[in-house]
Design a protein around this ligand. Sequence first.
Ligand code: 5GP
Length: 248
Amino acid sequence: MNLNHKGDKEYKEMLYEGKAKRIFKTPVAQEFFLEFKDSLTAFNALKKGSFENKGIVNRDIAALLFEYLEKFAIPSHYLRKENQNGMLVKKVTIIPFEVVVRNVLAGSTAKKLGIEEGTPLSEPLVEFYFKKDELGDPFVSEEQMRIIHQIPVRDIDIMKELALKINKKLTELFAEIKIKLVDFKVEFGKDSDSVILLADEITPDCCRLWDMETNEKLDKDRFRRDLGSVKESYESVLARLTQNRRGK
Ligand code: 5GP
């Protein structure tokens, strides 16, 4: 992999630094530069790590997935790749709710309900979590979103519908490369015309991806649970996706 960042455009005015990404202003008012960092965090940043080239790998995975979803009329903030580890994105105002879709019970919901991880669900389950680090991103019901947070029902419905469509298309794509999409988290934002767009990222940082044959985890749970081979797993997801796309 080319480690030479020479020739990358420099964006100087940083607007926001998150745990795994940074956002910069660009000369175009309605465009931001989204840079993927090499860092890796879990449990609300109580656990920190990194691996070399993670930003490049995650940027490539996110770009490939946004480009794939666009073919199925799933609108996102993604415009194009920029530099080795970034992308230009449309400026959006993030709706402060994480949308989780689960196909198989794992992680927080399996734990909360005392159900064995790996239990398949009869249909995809959509859940919302309020984005607030100080509160540890608590689960919220749709009624709480509507009545307490004043999120219009229409917006809730659009996010749900898009999340389910994303789930369907990504489940199909990952199945082609023998990976089971167990669950994932997405975020949505509104552009200057108030259109709801898929935003943030879709990478192994925010998905559970299990090898269909071995059930091996290929996502951030390798880091969360100290399973080792984090870098190799992320790289294998990218390699499988890239090979699959080449075969099209
Ligand atoms: P869980 O609720 O089981 O912890 O997470 C469900 C899915 O959403 C997992 O794929 C997990 O990686 C993703 N997810 C949930 N919350 C976050 C978050 O705050 N950040 C990231 N990167 N992913 C999240």
